[in-house]
Design a protein around this ligand. Sequence first.
Ligand code: PMP
Length: 441
Amino acid sequence: MTARNITIEAALVEARERFVERNPQSREAYTQACSALPGGNTRTVLFYAPFPLAIASGAGCHLRDADGHDYLDFLGEYTAGLYGHSHPKIRAAIDRALDGGINLSGHNLLEARLARVVCDRFPSLDLIRFTNSGTEANLMALATVTVATGRRKILVFDGGYHGGVLYFGGGGSPVNAPHDFVVGRYNDVAHARELIAAHGPELAAILVEPMLGSGGCIPGDPNFLQALRDGASACGAVLIFDEVMTSRLAPGGLQEALCIIPDMTTLGKYIGGGMSFGAFGGRAELMSRYDPRRPDALPHAGTFNNNILTMSAGLAGMTEIFTPQVAIELSARGETLRARLNEACAAQGAAMQFTGRGSLMAVHFSARPVVTPRDAALGHQALKELFFFDMLERGIYFARRGMLILSLPVGDAECDRLVEAVQDFLVTRAPLLQAEALSAA
Ligand code: PMP
């Protein structure tokens, strides 16, 4: 690719055309998928126009698509793929589970061990229950708090994503669960205090991501999160941290790193070793309501809650691979990488930046600080799409919406390749990336 003086729109049209030319097999797979799946898709986040790549296989931090192109995987299954695609210890754990037989129809010997390990890691967890997804974990947490408090309202924040039926970006989703939500502005302390003052006696819970993940890797301001902690305590609401994504950012999650401890925490993603997983847990007085020995026990069923593949892979991952030390090292690697990427953007004077924390980051095409979802929305969206297609051509795979995630197999060489690819993009597209060019666009 050579630098040429063309508009962003024209560059994007060309990039899309090259994408179509390069990926006939992905297009064919997509066309076929459309006959049985609405829009050829069963997971909305993975769709992008003109059609998404069909990924044929993965190993370590490498992916191969249906047309045989190889990519460095900087998506890591939206954080669930922490261990890479073929970690020998995860594989051995799954093999052990298979050797012992799946679907055992009873308590098994691994679920309590995984529960113990997870409770020991995250400061807010006295007791925990497993689910099959992060969505389900948040639904169960919300059900728990409405029963426990006898209140109905839930304070959530714009840009928050807590699952397929708990999405608060862009004005919310018509398929959201029918809770009585009050929507605050993320990182706006004064507004949060106002809402807590206005709704306090009716608030069952405050549900928040300590860093917005899918909302653009926007770290929660510690003052904002502390205000939520104080406000929840003062009005008797339950503070729930959704650490489905952020739990990897420190040995005990972002709650530990920030020294702000919620009453409940929801988890998911990598903690099941890459198998389907979710969990909700917290203070004993809340969670012991699920103790089936109690006459007033709350029910919580789920055929696959303790499925042996997840329990085995999760236990191996948390004990043999993602130790507290490894969690610290991964976050440090991410911080260094993000700093290098931002230096590269600054050196070119580009209206482009990477936000985030540790191994989670997102690109924004804006010269202004990105500290709220509104700031993120003001970034240049067509440039983000151009960046996506340009990086795919350079063999870098990440989320179409701009999220990049480190998995454990990503090492120095892979980070170098990413930085080089971004530098190449910055040079090739330099005329399109200047702040003045963007404000004129
Ligand atoms: N909460 C957060 C913060 C998430 O990022 C996600 C998934 N991206 C979920 C909840 C939902 O998890 P799942 O996709 O496993 O339902």
